[in-house]
Design a protein around this ligand. Structure first.
Ligand code: ARG
Length: 273
């Protein structure tokens, strides 16, 4: 995670961002802190911090840094010049910790875990609004894994992690209108138990949840989703991240999964740090 010292709405690169609707720095700091405390204190997650950098207001959205597998950091290639400036900071963090930095072919956009989420051994990857479909083939070749590409069709749900959230290796939340017919078919065919999220909750970034085993950190006020999660045996931990919605992000975007350093070659398991 990256503390929101320099977070703000300084440009508009998605439909949520509006220069006339600035973020309140004190509220943003308190909301980020609440997320940090639920993760570290309530759930016992080890959170590593990235130092904030002035002039990089979206650096808080570390999910977009890249995709991390044990010992390897597949660096993003951001679509927007505003966010391309973040990449050296992410690369330096991983390089300093001994990760191999791997890059995608030039001209291929890829926005990291924002558009690439594991469900079991399969990487579900979003494309078109930010990441290119070609990046999926490149990532699949680098990792030797199966990738399922899902086209995103609603600009408000521009990253896969705004409309799709694996809960374990059988279940995933998804917001059906964010995908086309074919994408919905792929989800229903390859996710054993897909769980559709209602409009009101999806528009509050309900799908942008952080999964820690059976515990799900999710935007507060998503009543229907909280009930569904409880019925399915999960424990929701609501946190209000409304200041970050102004930039188009919520809990998941504010975190990047960093698997423990390699001891064996075994792959990570979803949502079970
Ligand atoms: N303002 C940022 C952007 O538009 C928000 C990124 C949210 N991150 C995410 N993983 N959905 O790029």
């Amino acid at each position: 995670m990256c503390p929101p010292d320099f977070y703000g709405i300084e440009y508009e690169i998605n439909p949520w961002m509006d220069l006339r609707r600035p973020a309140d720095p004190a509220r943003a700091r308190a909301q980020w802190r609440a997320l940090y405390e639920v993760l570290t204190k309530t759930l016992g997650v080890r959170v590593e911090l990235l130092s904030p950098v002035k002039g990089l207001p979206d650096l808080v959205f570390t999910a977009n840094a890249g995709l991390v597998v044990p010992g390897r950091f597949i660096a993003s290639r951001f679509l927007h010049p505003e966010r391309q400036k973040e990449q050296p900071t992410y690369d330096a963090w991983f390089r300093a910790r001994g990760y191999a930095i791997e890059t995608l072919p030039e001209g291929t956009c890829f926005e990291g875990e924002g558009d690439a989420l594991w469900l079991g051994e399969t990487l579900f990857a979003g494309y078109r609004i930010r990441s290119d479909i070609g990046s999926h083939q490149a990532v699949a070749a680098m990792l030797g894994c199966e990738v399922l590409s899902l086209e995103l069709v609603d600009p408000r749900f521009y990253h896969l992690d705004t409309c799709f959230c694996p809960l374990d290796d059988r279940r995933a939340l998804y917001y059906p209108p964010a995908f086309d017919d074919y994408g919905r078919r792929v989800i229903r065919e390859f996710v054993p138990e897909p769980i559709a999220v209602a409009d009101v909750d999806a528009l509050r970034f309900a799908c942008n949840a952080v999964v820690v085993g059976r515990d799900i950190v999710v935007q507060s006020g998503c009543a229907a989703l909280e009930k569904t999660l409880r019925d399915q045996g999960f424990t929701p931990h609501p946190v209000d991240l409304s200041e970050f919605h102004k930039a188009g992000g919520s809990a998941k975007c504010l975190t990047l999964w960093v698997p423990p350093p390699p001891r064996s070659t075994s792959r990570r398991s979803v949502g079970a740090p």
